[in-house]
Unconditional design. Structure first.
Lengths: 95, 482
């Protein structure tokens, strides 16, 4: 699988990353090499093999639907980049 | 002054020195040598001395626990309440964690002292500690060489004896590989044995915390506090924790040790192979039976790992968006611009590369070919080990194909860097425990022996490692610091 320049731009958009025009080619080359490595997987037949989600095949634990966390808004917002009256501020989203 | 955790325990109990005294010793040693090795991102001097004072009071009152007053360093991936937790990323350069990771909480409850937070590859992605926002870590045996990664700061700090022991995390070898390259002992426990709560996530189905120390005996003491079920970690396993020190000295006569043919094939440096075979001979002398085994799907583990780990990392690192914490770009024009520029400025090159690969592997139309296929192959890799463990009690093999390479040697080629992990990643894919112990030297650089056990058999690994360390002195050797 060789990635084209548009593929790299498309992946970057999905990942919310900005790739400069100057480095997009290098990304295409490096990512293609890593994908070539990943493609070695197709050499092994995995028909009827159940995918492994957990080494001990453990399933998700459930707990009672009770409040266990305390309100620590002030503490958490003390490290936020921009807050106002208890809210996180971001640029205007709705016109 | 180089003392093991066990010796410090004894010294504190006998009143030979106080925790404040020994903590001060380590802090001054760190201030002398950290510039050279760069193994600490943050040194918590004041906090350490406060904790040491409190520990001395506990000991004086007869309320000491095994780790009370013992100085430790923690990989900067573990959240520490009120202390900068950077994960070696510009993204978290301003992040003061608002809570403690479970293991940090446990160390606090046990009265241990935190000397500081250690350097690492950014978000634990790397095998050489050359991917840190805070600069490379040097190998104390030869500062021109890498210490390994991603827990390179922890390994270098223990090797240089700037801390008696440290914590690390291991997603594809990040405890065992730096332990091997720095000539110390380290254990990656079974997946689910040590809580991942508050440990900044990279590949959640692979990540596991563990100790790096000067001996197997010390690893057992530290792991004792780290291990255990945690309801706050959804993949933590509810199983009692055995007394790791109790069985450490058991006779290993008659134990069956397997040598996987695939781990001694092409690509393994001849001198490293010689060291490993000499260690295996030592086990024969100790009465173990050595058997050749096969792990036929070993060859596929690198591609499988780099699909699973990157897919999970792209998903985990989507939380860094510049909104609630971490780096935010200046003057964003709109929300999209805020996300994109904050992430682009905050993440380093290797992290971005892995996010891109993982995003691609998980994108519409490619999931089956990459992630699903990789998860199927994981089962085949696990089955290889299951079969092996019907024939043997433990597996012995190298940790790395070669000794620590020179800094800068592999930074231009991500794939050649990934190949360094060839002997360590299959364990993470299978979820098995593994250990690295010093087994000798090649060109003056340490070589590590890897021991692999069945699920929850950390005790057996520690036992095998300790018996070896009773008849050899590789683990006692430390680099000269000048």
């Amino acid at each position: 699988m060789t990635l084209k320049i548009e593929d790299v731009r498309n992946i970057a958009q999905l990942a919310r990353l900005q790739i400069d025009d100057s480095s997009v080619k290098q990304y295409a080359t490096e990512l293609s090499r890593i994908l070539a490595l990943a493609e070695q997987m197709s050499a092994v037949d995995t028909t009827d093999v159940t995918p492994m989600a957990h080494p001990m095949d453990a399933t998700q634990r459930l707990r009672a639907d009770e409040v266990t966390e305390t309100d620590q808004r002030d503490k958490f917002q003390a490290i936020a980049p921009d807050v106002e009256r208890g809210f996180y501020r971001v640029p205007k989203v709705i016109e | 002054m180089t003392r093991t955790v066990k010796e410090i325990q004894q010294g504190l109990a006998d009143g030979q020195f106080s925790s404040v005294e020994i903590t001060q010793d380590y802090l001054s040693k760190i201030s002398l040598f950290n510039d050279k090795i760069n193994c600490f991102i943050t040194v918590t001097d004041d906090l350490a001395l406060q904790q040491a004072k409190a520990a001395d009071d506990l000991i004086a009152a007869g309320n000491g626990q095994p780790l009370t007053g013992i100085p430790l360093a923690h990989k900067d991936i573990y959240c520490t309440d009120g202390v900068k937790t950077s994960c070696a990323s510009k993204m978290l350069d301003n992040f003061i964690a608002p809570y403690d990771a479970t293991i940090i909480e446990k160390f606090k409850q046990s009265g241990a002292v935190m000397l500081g937070k250690t350097n690492m590859d950014e978000f634990a992605m790397g095998s050489s500690n050359e991917n840190s926002y805070y600069g490379d870590v040097a190998n104390p045996w030869d500062i021109e060489r890498v210490p390994g990664g991603s827990s390179g700061g922890s390994a270098a700090a223990v090797a240089a004896r700037l801390t008696p022991a440290a914590t690390g995390t291991d997603t594809g070898g990040s405890i065992r590989q730096p332990a091997a390259l720095c000539g110390i002992s380290g254990i990656k426990p079974t997946y689910g044995r040590v809580s991942r709560y508050g440990m900044i996530a990279f590949g959640s189905s692979l990540d596991q915390g563990g100790p790096l120390a000067q001996s197997a005996e010390d690893c057992a003491i530290i792991l004792q506090t780290m291990a255990g079920f945690d309801p706050r970690d959804s993949t933590s396993i509810e199983q009692p924790v055995p007394d790791y020190s109790a069985s450490i000295n058991q006779d290993i006569r008659g134990m069956k040790i397997g040598l996987p043919e695939e781990y001694f094939a092409e690509g393994l440096d001849a001198d490293v192979a010689k060291v490993i075979m000499a260690a295996v001979d030592e086990y024969r002398k100790l009465g173990a039976e050595v058997i050749d085994i096969k792990l036929p799907n070993s060859g596929i583990s690198i591609p499988v790992y780099y699909v699973v780990a990157t897919a999970e990392c792209s998903s985990n690192l989507s939380r860094f968006d510049g909104v609630r914490f971490g780096h935010r770009c200046d003057n964003p024009t709109d929300l999209e611009d805020l996300y994109k520029r904050s992430r682009t400025e905050g993440f380093g090159e290797e992290v971005k590369r892995r996010i891109m690969i993982g995003t691609y592997a998980l994108s519409a139309g490619y999931y089956d070919a990459y992630y699903l296929k990789a998860q199927q192959l994981r089962r085949l890799i696990k089955q290889d080990y299951e079969k092996a463990f019907t024939e043997v009690d433990a597996i012995a093999c190298p940790v790395t194909p070669e000794i620590a390479f020179k800094r800068g040697d592999k930074t231009d080629d991500p794939v050649s860097m990934y190949l360094q992990d060839i002997y360590t990643i299959a364990l993470n894919l299978a979820g098995l425990p593994g250990m690295s112990i010093p087994a000798g030297f090649s060109q003056g650089m340490p070589v590590g022996l890897q021991l692999i056990g069945n699920y929850f058999e950390e005790s057996r690994l520690l036992n095998l490692a300790h018996r070896y360390q009773q008849v050899t002195d590789w683990h006692l050797q430390a680099p000269e610091l000048v």
